[in-house]
Design a binder for this molecule. Structure first.
Ligand code: NDP
Ligand code: X15
Length: 334
């Protein structure tokens, strides 16, 4: 079976999900929806994607010489599953349209957990999403946290996790957000929403997070501190994280997020994406019985393989999460 996938919202996340789906053997893109005839819409056409638009936007698109296949309802008629990559809060409004069309939907981390009732991270809770109509792939930061907390909890038991998130202020193409010369405690009320968000995937983890926004566009950086239930060495933690397919160790002169992104460019990754958590293995330390390490998260791309796995889970084309992760990784080159 080839799963027919539609994308609603072809921005930072949507365009990457479209390309990642296109390289999988068991799924295909049947259309992407745009609201404006901007360069991204023309690029989507150039790549061979059928472009759809809300009914009231079609005329404007055609006036700009962008050929539109039909409305979002038309796109839903052709799809088995829709990946909603519209800005946070907009996706919620689309739920009735998807329900009416009887199409499964996957939302992103900008929406609340309650919208889908199932928050997803492939390595943490794939099986929970099997056959569901609605799933939410958790945000970039939450994805990055789940990817390391889950294996550490399985192996050593996580008694408590305390994380400081230094967040990029905006994506590289975003001209609207700041700050450009300040460090902003955000959210100001503590702890931040990221800890509760991890608990939507891993409910038994004691986690608290704080977050600030920094004037950078490249990546988020996490300082992770955990109390583990069993005694272990830094070497044992390093060996465990080395086995995780979506965790990459960085060293060899990489001392910053800028150099991680340069490496992604050198790797000829599409859009210089870094789909894996980037852990500085040199930072992995056990100090007075507690674990510490740094990891970088490429906000624009770490959730992309997770969306591919979420499609397989809701469509039940692969019942085993480990196998889905392996298929996704192989097709994308992770
Ligand atoms: N960027 C990031 O770092 C990450 C984002 N996320 C989450 O992914 C989701 C999407 O974010 P992101 O890709 O950054 O957003 P973008 O703003 O980059 O893209 C959003 C897309 O949605 C379209 N859109 C805008 N308004 C509407 C609307 N009213 N109805 C339908 N489509 C609309 C836009 O199309 P058009 O230009 O045609 O209007 C655009 O293609 C959010 O939930 C976000 O929280 C998750 C992880 C990381
Ligand atoms: O999901 C994200 O971040 P978050 O995990 O801090 O909510 C993305 O980086 C988008 O964040 P934004 O809402 O600052 O654009």
């Amino acid at each position: 079976m080839t799963v027919k996938v539609a994308i609603n919202g072809y921005g930072t996340i949507g365009k990457r999900v479209a390309d990642a789906v296109s390289v999988q053997e068991d799924m295909e893109i049947i259309g992407v929806a745009k609201t404006r005839p901007n360069f991204e819409a023309f690029m989507a056409k150039k790549k061979g994607y059928d472009v759809f638009a809300p009914e009231d936007r079609i005329k404007g698109m055609e006036k700009a010489n962008l050929e539109v296949e039909g409305s979002i309802d038309d796109m839903l008629e052709r799809a088995d599953v829709i990946v909603d990559c519209t800005p946070g809060g907009i996706g919620e409004k689309n739920k009735p349209i998807y329900e009416k069309a009887g199409v499964k939907a996957i939302w992103q981390g900008g929406e609340d957990h309650e919208l889908a009732g199932c928050s997803f991270n492939a390595q943490s809770n794939y099986e929970e999403a099997l056959g569901r109509d609605f799933v939410r792939v958790v945000s970039c930061n939450t994805t990055g946290l789940c990817r390391v907390i889950k294996p550490l909890d399985d192996e050593f038991g996580v008694n408590k996790a305390r994380v400081t998130l230094m967040r990029r202020a905006a994506d590289p193409a975003d001209i609207k957000k700041g700050p450009i010369n300040a460090i902003v405690p955000n959210p100001i009320k503590l702890p931040s929403h990221h800890g509760p968000d991890v608990k939507t995937v891993l409910p038994d983890i004691d986690i608290a997070t704080t977050a600030v926004k920094l004037p950078t566009t490249l990546m988020h950086l996490h300082t992770i501190n955990m109390e583990l239930n069993s005694e272990c060495t830094a070497e044992e933690v390093e060996a465990l994280l080395a086995k995780q397919s979506r965790v990459r160790f960085v060293g060899q002169g990489i001392t910053s997020t800028a150099e991680v992104m340069e490496m992604a460019r050198d790797m000829n990754r599409p859009r210089s994406d870094m789909w894996e958590n980037c852990v500085w293995n040199e930072s992995i330390t056990i100090y007075e019985g507690e674990l510490y390490f740094f990891q970088g998260i490429h906000q624009e791309s770490d959730v992309i393989p997770e969306n591919v796995d979420a499609i397989r889970a809701v469509m039940e084309v692969e019942k085993d999460g480990t196998k889905s992760v392996a298929k996704t990784n192989k097709a994308m080159g992770i």
